[in-house]
Structures are given as C-alpha cells and as structure tokens.
Ligand binder design. Structure first.
Ligand SMILES: Cc1cc2nc3c(=O)[nH]c(=O)nc-3n(C[C@H](O)[C@H](O)[C@H](O)COP(=O)(O)O)c2cc1C
Length: 206
C-alpha cells in the first residue's frame, strides 16, 4: 500500500489539463494499491511567497524564533513532511510564461531547504535528501516543447526536473500535454497523445 501526494497548481480551475491528468494518474494508481491520497491544491489554497521570516527563521535556533518566523517555518515543515510521508508524488504544472505557475514555484521554494531536503557531500557535491520516491509530473503547455524550435524554451519541464532532482526526487516520469492552441483538430490530437502517455504509464506502474 502506497501513500500518494497529489500537488496541483494550475490557476485555470476545471479547465486545467495538468490537474485533470495528474488527478487521473494519482487516482488510478491509488485505486490499484489501496493507499491514501493527500491533496495539495496550490491554486485553491495558495501558499505565501517566501519571506525574510522564513529565510531567517530556518537558520535561527527554534527557541530564538520570532512569532512570524515560527509561523513561516512551521508552514514549510508541514509541507516538507507531506513530501517525506509520500511514496508517490504526482505533480500537475501548466505553463505560464514559459515556466511553472507561481503557485507551484512558491511550494518548491518552501520545500527546497538546506540541511532538510538537500545537503552537500564532504567534496561539495549537492545531495538530495528526499530519496526513494516516485514522481509523476504532468506538464501542460499551449505550444509544443518536447521537440522542434521551441524545445530550448521549455523552462517549465527542464526547471522542474532539475529542481526536483536537486532535492532527491530523481525518479520522474513526465507526461506532456502540449500543442493545444493550434485549433480544435490539433487540440484533439494533443489530448489523444497525452492519454496514450497516461495509459502507457499506468500499464508500466507497479
Ligand atoms: C497566463 C497564461 C500564460 C501562458 N503562457 C504560456 C507560454 O508561455 N507558453 C505556452 O506554450 N503556453 C502558455 N499558456 C497556455 C497554457 O500553458 C496552457 O493553457 C496549459 O494547458 C495550461 O495548463 P493547465 O491546462 O494545467 O492550466 C499560458 C496560459 C495562460 C493562461
């Protein structure tokens, strides 16, 4: 039995394709394994941007923290615990201006924590500490970024893969929803391609 964490972040509500397929993957895997899904909907309940209370509070001794620092650090700790408790993390991210939504960036800024989710070896090599977890990452975009002229501008998938790997989440399967803005026929083909990826992932998953 696995524990699932479903993190969604699109500000497009019910129209969101990253939310639709991230939820689909989490619920399908959970139906199979019988574990529980913890949901973190970053659009419905946005996190604050990180503040000096968070940055200074993280390095202050717990007994020396101000009220604001305690509040900021407690929030980040609860977000980190959610990730630490999960065996499988499913993330939905819809491209906004070539990157992930700010809602998802705020979550990543809270959980990327020196000494807690990443550290450095004696030789100075970064070491992610959130190891042994499976990640399914659904990235949606209006354009096509998996290949072609715009591939070098895919700061969303490249950034997410890099940062998740940095904190130890290296076992990542990516599902792309892309090319949805070139008319109804192209959108239909794009959805069919995404659904084929989701089916393939679910067939391979334990
Ligand atoms: C404010 C805004 C900015 C967007 N920026 C881009 C972009 O830079 N490149 C792109 O290909 N699509 C862009 N799109 C299209 C979205 O990436 C696309 O609708 C995607 O499906 C959004 O993910 P979602 O369906 O999970 O909400 C943008 C959409 C919005 C609303």
């Amino acid at each position: 039995m696995a524990s699932f964490l479903l993190v969604t972040s699109s500000p497009r509500g019910l129209q969101s394709l990253s939310t639709r397929y991230a939820r689909n993957i989490a619920e399908s895997l959970q139906a199979r394994s019988g574990g529980a899904i913890v949901e973190r909907d970053l659009a419905a309940a946005p996190l604050p941007h990180i503040t000096s209370a968070y940055i200074d509070g993280r390095i202050a001794q717990p007994e020396a923290r101000t009220f604001e620092q305690i509040e900021a650090v407690d929030l980040a700790e609860s977000l980190v615990q959610e990730v630490q408790s999960a065996d499988v993390i499913v993330i939905g991210s819809g491209m906004i201006n070539f990157g992930p939504p700010t809602q998802l960036k705020a979550w990543l800024d809270h959980i990327t924590w020196p000494g807690v989710t990443f550290g450095y070896s004696a030789a100075g090599k970064p070491q992610g500490l959130l190891t042994g977890k499976k990640v399914y990452l659904v990235t949606a975009a209006g354009g096509v970024f998996s290949q072609g002229d715009w591939a070098a501008s895919d700061f969303q998938t490249a950034y997410l893969r890099h940062l998740l790997g940095f904190i130890g989440l290296t076992d990542i399967e990516i599902v792309r929803v892309e090319g949805t803005v070139f008319g109804p026929e192209a959108a239909k083909a794009a959805i069919a391609a995404t659904e084929a990826q989701v089916r393939a992932i679910l067939e391979q998953a334990p």
